[in-house]
Design a protein around this ligand. Structure first.
Ligand code: HEM
Length: 117
């Protein structure tokens, strides 16, 4: 379903902006179910199901998001990232980056601690 154009236009295209215009299921009335340990959102009212839906829906979703946030925070805090060969290809304009092709970027890094800053 996650790769179906019926639910996600241009499903095969990596397009982070798609989420800007899609309604957040959390905004609407979500399907709730009590499996015996309290009323829970099943996630079954959404076509976006990275953590599954229903009774066996992932219990680690919030923990996974926390871990991913920490990884990103540590990388930004510890490293100065730069594009080795084609610095001027990196643009804040997402579409220019898309046209340039992310695969042409070679990112290298300095560790702030090694630099003594
Ligand atoms: C990006 C990270 C993760 C993704 C994409 C993910 C995805 C999923 C999905 C799709 C299911 C449902 C499987 C099914 O319906 O049969 C699931 C179940 C489960 N996940 Fe995750 N998961 C992630 C991280 C975690 C973490 C960090 C934990 C625990 C610390 C965890 C614990 C579980 C458990 C215990 C189940 C089984 C729940 C049940 O059967 O009642 N997951 N996960």
């Amino acid at each position: 379903m996650g790769k179906s154009d019926q639910y996600f236009p241009n499903a095969e295209l990596w397009d982070p902006h798609r989420w800007e215009s899609m309604a957040d299921p959390k905004d609407g009335e979500r399907e709730k179910m009590d499996y015996g340990y309290g009323l829970l959102s099943t996630g079954a009212d959404s076509t976006y199901l990275p953590f599954g839906a229903g009774r066996h829906r992932c219990i680690g979703e919030q923990f996974a998001y926390l871990q991913l946030s920490i990884v990103l925070i540590v990388m930004v805090r510890e490293f100065r990232l730069r594009n080795e060969d084609a610095w001027n290809l990196i643009s804040e304009d997402y579409w220019r980056n898309r046209l340039a092709g992310f695969s042409s970027f070679q990112i290298s890094h300095d560790n702030y601690r090694d630099a003594g800053s």
